[in-house]
Design a protein around this ligand. Structure first.
Ligand code: COA
Length: 177
């Protein structure tokens, strides 16, 4: 297995080997295909390009299974705060631990750089993502009015990253805040 390869156990306890590596411009067609299938509206390809080429605070990683790009995460690591800009997994590969591995990779990097909190915006209607982040120790801490054209956004955060790395203790979730 390559040095950066990471094995993920899926729900059937079968092993789904994935490799997590930095996103490059060569990945953007595959990233865009997952983005378009996952978000309405999708993030423009140009936003990924700008972050990859010009934003030194940007941290973008992809997960590959047998060479196929199956998921990705993007974030801005600004001093002690991490803001997750995007996270998506190919529909055919969901619920097999890929997003969890991508977030773990981001957490490792964030802790290495001394960050202590992580946040993101999520649609209240996106039950899968809310459940996913809650399972990873994130909790709802606020709401951004009309963040999306058709919906508010919930702000979810996870704090004290270096301290709770091995034993996450989520704050009380504000539910339908
Ligand atoms: C949210 C998303 C990234 C999760 O990716 P994934 O690789 O399937 O997630 P993992 O397998 O690592 O984690 C699975 C956990 O996520 C949650 N989850 C995932 N899909 C779910 C669903 N359809 N319903 C409820 N919970 C779900 C559960 O907590 C699950 O844990 P469990 O298997 O013990 O129940 C994926 O569904 C996706 O790409 N969605 C579209 C894009 C998106 O919404 N991105 C987040 C924007 S904020």
């Amino acid at each position: 297995m390559l040095p950066n390869a990471k094995e993920v156990l899926n729900n059937n306890n079968m092993t789904l080997p994935i490799i997590i590596e930095p996103m490059t411009e060569n990945d953007l067609n595959e990233v865009n295909a997952i983005e378009v299938a996952s978000f309405d509206p999708p993030w423009p390809l140009q936003s990924f390009k700008t972050d990859l080429k010009q934003n030194r605070l940007a941290y973008y990683m992809v997960a590959r299974h047998e060479g196929k790009l199956v998921g990705y995460v993007g974030a801005w690591i600004v001093l002690d705060e991490v803001h997750i800009t995007t996270l998506a997994v190919d529909k055919d590969y969901r619920c097999q631990g890929i997003a969890s591995s991508l977030i773990q990779n981001l957490l490792d990097e964030a802790c290495r750089r001394g960050a202590n909190s992580m946040s993101l915006e999520v649609r209240p209607s996106n039950k899968a993502a809310r459940s996913f982040y809650k399972k990873l120790g994130f909790s709802v801490c606020g709401r951004r009015k009309r963040y999306y054209s058709d919906e508010d956004a919930l702000i979810m955060t996870r704090s004290n990253l270096p301290n709770d790395e091995n034993n996450p203790a989520p704050k009380k979730d504000m539910g339908d805040y």
